[in-house]
Design a protein around this ligand. Structure first.
Ligand SMILES: [Zn+2]
Length: 149
């Protein structure tokens, strides 16, 4: 199986439809399709996928970290707190859960992985991210607790 890079997939020729797709399509694939296909392993799989995507995008600074997340419209990241080995990242307008009803379950595993993967490159350390807030558990933003080690 061939491996494709970010450059390979960026080029699109869609003169009428352009390079945007409805958020509902993303959520059908992400929240319905992936969970149907992967079941209980959807969370860990999406986290690992997000992590490799974050590593591939490889930001060098916190500015680039924030710009990357915003430009890909994953959400609007805000650093709520940061120490040498821990960051609390809030994500406003999360691509997966913003506007979602309170289901009592958090499932922004891909976003969690992307944030961890990006931060690994910024700090040149390993990162483990845990989601602590989501629209789907009654907040109006997402939050990730990231440990650097
Ligand atoms: Zn979310």
């Amino acid at each position: 199986m061939k491996e494709y890079s970010y450059d390979d997939i960026r080029s699109s020729i869609r003169p009428t439809l352009g390079d945007s797709v409805p958020l509902s399509l993303f959520r059908i694939l992400r929240i319905i399709g992936m969970r149907d296909l992967l079941g209980e392993s959807a969370g860990p799989t999406l986290y690992m996928m997000g992590k490799s995507v974050g590593n591939m995008l490889a930001p060098k600074t916190m500015d680039e970290f924030q710009t990357t997340i915003k430009e890909l419209r994953i959400g609007i990241p805000e650093i709520e707190a940061a120490t040498e080995d821990r960051l609390l990242v809030n994500l406003r307008e999360c691509i997966t859960c913003a506007g979602f009803s309170n289901t009592g379950e958090m499932f922004c595993d891909m976003e969690s992985g992307i944030i961890a993967g990006l931060l690994e490159k910024v700090f040149n350390k390993k990162a483990r991210s845990t989601q602590t807030k989501s629209w789907s558990v009654g907040y109006n933003y997402c939050q990730f607790d990231v440990v650097l080690y």
